[in-house]
Design a protein around this ligand. Structure first.
Ligand SMILES: NC(=O)c1ccc[n+]([C@@H]2O[C@H](COP(=O)([O-])OP(=O)(O)OC[C@H]3O[C@@H](n4cnc5c(N)ncnc54)[C@H](O)[C@@H]3O)[C@@H](O)[C@H]2O)c1
Length: 332
């Protein structure tokens, strides 16, 4: 059974704690976070040790793997530290800038240890059902909507890398996966994007509030993605896939399945509040997959080429936002 050290006891550390506590094949040995009170609470739930210093945790505990759920800007250093100590590493998205990504995978090969980046949406049973229905067919249009709830704090946003790399990266990964046909993923050849910001706090810190992007693939097929930093009715996560085969729709999971019909129309419950409520199955399944990868039972579904392509596409979309011009996607 792989023994894991969890770094970071914030929001992502919280859902990973829940998953680890539910997975028979994973055993936590330590939770580390400079905010040691938070780490202590998660360690209590997992029945393991607690440390304030992540480097000390990695150096002191007998473990097989590291789960990195720390702020985005720390990922590369934590991943490399894990490999330096011979650990397999599971890291939250985004892994880092292009050079960082390549260095991390290089360090993974050098250490002979696995690296998995957390694209949990691919492990969600409903997104998987949509992908299975598409099968080898190529959709003509994939439409994805992802609206965050609640709006993250200003300090989080300022170190997140921006909405494209922090949020849209999930949709980019899913669009490429749904367009993948017989292959696991396709990569668009050209992208464009536009943004707006109305919220005063987001204006103050120079963060986009909403972005709409198109990604065009080699045969002209389109992915159309809209994301928002905030949504006043819940965590809005929808997909629609259209092609010569028809249309597949994925709606929101809601707080209740009760629908009240009356003279004024029908009332549905809101979508679930946030990502821990919407994606518990996906968060559990991605760590189950990681446990199987570490145990040598299967190959990692999240590949270096896909992570590299995701970062290159994010850079092209950010360039499209900065310049107002569509950008070619060049995988070098
Ligand atoms: N896949 C998803 O659905 C999803 C959802 C939320 C966040 N995330 C990702 O998870 C990461 C963390 O986001 P969050 O929302 O949990 O942030 P957060 O601010 O809630 O928590 C981060 C925690 O990490 C701690 N920390 C900082 N440096 C550390 C280090 N070197 N070692 C150990 N702990 C350290 C902080 O004290 C804090 O408690 C981000 O990269 C984010 O993109 C992914």
């Amino acid at each position: 059974m792989p023994r894991v050290i969890l770094l970071g006891a914030g929001r992502a550390g919280g859902f990973h704690t829940t998953s680890i506590s539910q997975i028979d094949g994973l055993d936590a040995v330590c939770v580390a976070d400079p905010q040691v009170d938070r780490a202590a609470e998660y360690a209590r739930r997992l029945g393991c040790a607690v440390e304030a210093d992540p480097a000390k945790a990695i150096a002191s505990y007998d473990a097989d793997a590291l789960i990195v759920a720390t702020p985005t800007a720390t990922h590369t250093d934590m991943v490399k530290l894990g490999f330096a100590h011979g650990l397999h590493v599971f890291c939250e998205k985004p892994l880092g800038l292009l050079d960082d990504i390549r260095e991390c995978y290089g360090a993974s090969r050098e250490a002979g240890r696995e690296l998995m980046v957390a694209f949990q949406r691919r492990f969600d049973p409903e997104f998987r059902a949509v992908r299975a229905q598409i099968g080898p067919q190529r959709p003509q249009i994939v439409k994805l909507t992802s609206r965050d709830s609640p709006m993250p704090s200003a300090p989080y946003l300022q170190s997140s890398g921006g909405i494209v790399k922090d949020c849209m990266i999930h949709d980019i990964d899913i669009a490429n996966w749904m367009m993948g046909g017989d292959e696991t993923h396709a990569v668009p050849t050209r992208v464009s994007a536009s943004a707006y910001t109305h919220h005063p706090m987001l204006k103050e810190i120079g963060e986009h509030e909403g972005v709409a992007a198109t990604m065009q693939y080699d045969d002209g097929a389109l992915a159309v993605i809209d994301v928002s930093r905030t949504c006043n009715f819940g965590y809005d996560q929808r997909a629609e896939v259209f092609g010569s085969f028809g249309m597949i729709q994925l709606g929101n999971r809601r707080e209740s399945v009760v629908v009240s019909h009356g003279g004024d129309g029908a009332a549905f419950a809101n979508p679930l509040y946030s990502f821990p409520q919407r994606y518990p199955d996906a968060y559990r399944a991605e760590l189950e997959h990681f446990a199987a990868v570490v145990s040598g039972e299967t190959e990692c579904d999240v590949r270096e080429s896909q992570v590299v392509a995701g970062e290159i596409i994010c850079n092209a979309l950010n360039a499209a936002l900065d310049t107002g011009a569509a950008q070619d996607v060049v995988i070098a």
